[in-house]
Design a binder for this molecule. Structure first.
Ligand SMILES: Nc1ncnc2c1ncn2[C@@H]1O[C@H](COP(=O)(O)OP(=O)(O)OP(=O)(O)O)[C@@H](O)[C@H]1O
Ligand SMILES: [Mg+2]
Length: 496
């Protein structure tokens, strides 16, 4: 091993009475990729937020290149050569990729009274990082709000590559990437490693941690429970470290008899991204839609939900057509869980119970008034069912860990009486153990005679939980597969 660059010693952190980190130590060497692993709410993001100046530790020491340092704010961290990709993307949607990559470190001409921005030069550098080093295809001049989540994530990664920091922290950088983009990111990580940068990598994909990391460190309930070089670990050892016991069946699939056709799409097109899509969804069925980034899978369900314009074709729910707006879709009995929960659904100033019940107000209202007791009962039921880690149902949603926020969003749509649930990346950011709880909840929905459509970038998950799988390629359906007879290889064949 090379020399030690960073040591975090005996770190404690409390939020009010809740102790989130309890005596955590972490050592990082030059050129090392360290994987930080733990269940949702274990304390991973909190630990790295202390390192990048967002939080202050209650006690403990940080030693950087042999010197004790104080990191009071994000700017100080940047100056010390620590750069972070946060779990919740921090790109600015109204700015384009170039502006985001150079935010707060814009290149300017000679400083006189006015320092002109050197936009062309910034554009050249940004495009070099994006197109050559990361090998992504995107429009660097387009405001990020029009870009899919994976594109935003790549811009966030590019920003860190440009910062050229000694220590690079990546908090779930692959949560919304497909295999191909993840491989590109891993190529970049290997390059950074060779140049002597050190990386802390957080992910819930255990196989990729074993692939890219040199060492791993496992947190459980705010304490480090295991660490060591990757060759010493197996997935089973990691999981039992994380959860303190063996994992049960990862994909608990209930056998649910299919009922009548609930939803039918006939030859639908949005005029830009996809065309000629037809499918049927039965009661009791889980239908998966997969395909590479840009294949149109997300646009299909967003069109069915009325968020995008339907240019051609018809969608029927229980044999009736409905209007092409979100309101019409919701009134007809369709619910949609978007992938990017933070921007597209969480009410950050509200508590957990409120965030759970907001789409089901008629269920908890009597005589035009919200019955707090009913709201609380519903919230408690989902907190227990999905094992949401929180101090109580009245905890502010912003204080929950990323994965636990996802669980609350899922609860919200499970709670509605919708017949059809459209789930976009339902387990994004959710730990291995909690994924099983999400699958069980989805299973309970279809057992309840609902229909579910899952759009996911994880082929294995789709095979594990769905009945039928549509593979999309270039905006069209390239295959319809039966989940129990297919493999990830077969899906790949039809996607590229
Ligand atoms: N600002 C805050 N106020 C109160 N509690 C907080 C705050 N931030 C985090 N917590 C709590 O600290 C615990 C650890 O959260 P953290 O975000 O570090 O988890 P994590 O390991 O990153 O989980 P995930 O995998 O879901 O991202 C959680 O129980 C969370 O509710
Ligand atoms: Mg986190």
């Amino acid at each position: 091993m090379n020399e030690v660059v960073l040591e975090m010693k005996d770190i404690y952190k409390s939020f009010g009475p809740v102790e989130v980190l309890r005596g955590v130590d972490l050592t990082l060497h030059r050129g090392e990729v360290l994987g930080l692993i733990g269940e949702n709410g274990a304390g991973k993001s909190t630990l790295i937020k202390i390192l990048c100046g967002i939080y202050r530790a209650t006690s403990g020491e940080i030693i950087l290149n042999g010197k004790k340092v104080d990191i009071p704010n994000a700017e100080a961290a940047q100056k010390l050569g620590i750069s972070t990709i946060y779990q919740e993307l921090s790109v600015i949607p109204d700015l384009n990729a170039v502006q985001n990559i150079f935010l707060n470190r814009e290149l300017t001409g000679k400083k006189s009274l006015i320092a002109p921005l050197k936009y062309q030069e910034m554009k050249r550098i940004a495009e070099d990082i994006l197109f050559r080093q990361l090998d992504v295809r995107l429009n660097a001049q387009m405001p990020l709000r029009y870009m899919p989540l994976a594109g935003k994530q790549m811009v966030e990664i590019a920003r860190t590559v440009y910062a050229n920091a000694q220590i690079i922290i990546m908090d779930e950088p692959t949560a919304s990437l497909q295999a191909a983009e993840r491989d590109k990111l891993f190529g970049v990580i290997r390059g950074l490693k060779e140049k002597g940068h050190s990386i802390i990598f957080i992910s819930h994909h255990l196989d990729e941690l074993l692939e890219i990391c040199d060492t791993i460190s496992i947190l459980r309930d705010g304490q480090k429970v295991d660490e060591g070089p990757v060759p010493e670990f197996t997935i089973d050892r990691i999981i039992s470290d994380m959860v303190g016991r063996e994992l049960k069946n990862k994909y608990p699939k209930r056998t649910v008899p299919l009922g009548e056709v609930l939803m039918e799409a006939e030859d639908i097109s949005d005029g830009t991204v996809f065309e000629g899509i037809s499918f049927q969804l039965h009661r009791g069925e889980i239908l998966g839609i997969v395909g590479l980034e840009g294949c149109g899978k997300n646009e299909v369900i967003r069109t069915v939900f009325g968020e995008r314009k339907l240019k051609k074709g018809t969608v029927r729910l229980k044999e009736k057509t409905y209007g092409n707006t979100i309101k019409d879709a919701m009134d007809a009995g369709i619910a949609f869980l978007p992938a990017e929960r933070k921007v597209e659904g969480l009410f950050l100033k509200q508590d957990l119970a409120w965030n759970t019940s907001i789409a089901s107000l008629p269920k908890i209202c009597r005589f035009g008034t919200i019955m707090k007791s009913m709201e609380n009962r519903a919230a408690d039921q989902y907190i227990a069912g999905l094992k949401v880690k929180c101090s109580s149902r009245s905890q502010n949603i912003a204080a929950l860990s990323g994965g636990n926020q996802q669980k609350v969003m899922l609860s919200r749509w499970m709670m509605t009486d919708a017949d059809v649930l459209l789930l976009e990346e339902p387990t994004r950011g959710i730990d291995v153990n909690a994924k099983t709880e999400v699958y069980e909840t989805i299973g309970a929905c279809v057992a309840n005679r609902k229909g579910v459509i899952v759009v996911s970038s994880e082929e294995e998950e789709v095979i594990g939980i769905c009945d039928k799988i549509l593979v999309m390629k270039g905006g069209k359906i390239s295959a319809v597969l039966s989940a129990k007879d297919t493999t990830t290889e077969e899906i790949k064949q039809y996607s590229v």
